[in-house]
Design a protein around this ligand. Sequence first.
Ligand code: URA
Length: 231
Amino acid sequence: MRLDKYLSDCRAALRSETKELVKQGRITIDGIRAAKSSDKVSEASIVRIDGLRVEYKKYIYLMMNKPQGYVSATYDKNKPVVIDLLDEEYKRFEPFPAGRLDIDTEGLLILSNDGDFAHRLTSPKKNVYKRYFARLDFPAEKSAVGIFGGGMDLGDFTAKPAKLEICDDPREVFVEICEGKFHQVKRMFEKVGRKVVYLKRVKIGGLRLDDTLAPGEVRELSEAECEMFFR
Ligand code: URA
């Protein structure tokens, strides 16, 4: 690819800025001063600006422990959005949330600028299960396990079979669904006469929320972790 594309993919310099940097002799490719912004480079090239290495990175994959009070969106007219919680070094990649959590839901939220990846993660057809911890207003009945497992008619759609586990304190449950319809978990509990008073997503596919992340904290995911969603 061209040098100016490499640097714009990395959000290190706009194409017009690359031209100027090259003119000023501030860019090297594998130790040799770049001559033109159209110079050819590969992902493996060692590109430096003012001696500092710019590693090739086009996509970003972030794990957030979403706090309550934030909308899962890139913009909202009235309320804070999860993007507000990101440092500038992440924001410049223009990530968006892959799937949504309600404003009062906490926990595992993935943000990326890779549309294909976000689609794989959220499409119900891909059967990526999302695991939630919920606290209910009243104890769950054992019979709810079968009702959740049978696929529930929620009026506008029928939910695919969901796994429900009731904890020792039956007001606490874990539920796994592979869709992400609006208020789905809350609506499923309403169907069995319970109100969700607290909801947290704890796992997507094979990847758990990193419990060292405090609410509002974010970290990058490794390539191996990105694959774990689909295991
Ligand atoms: N189901 C809900 O009801 N809310 C969420 O935020 C996620 C799943």
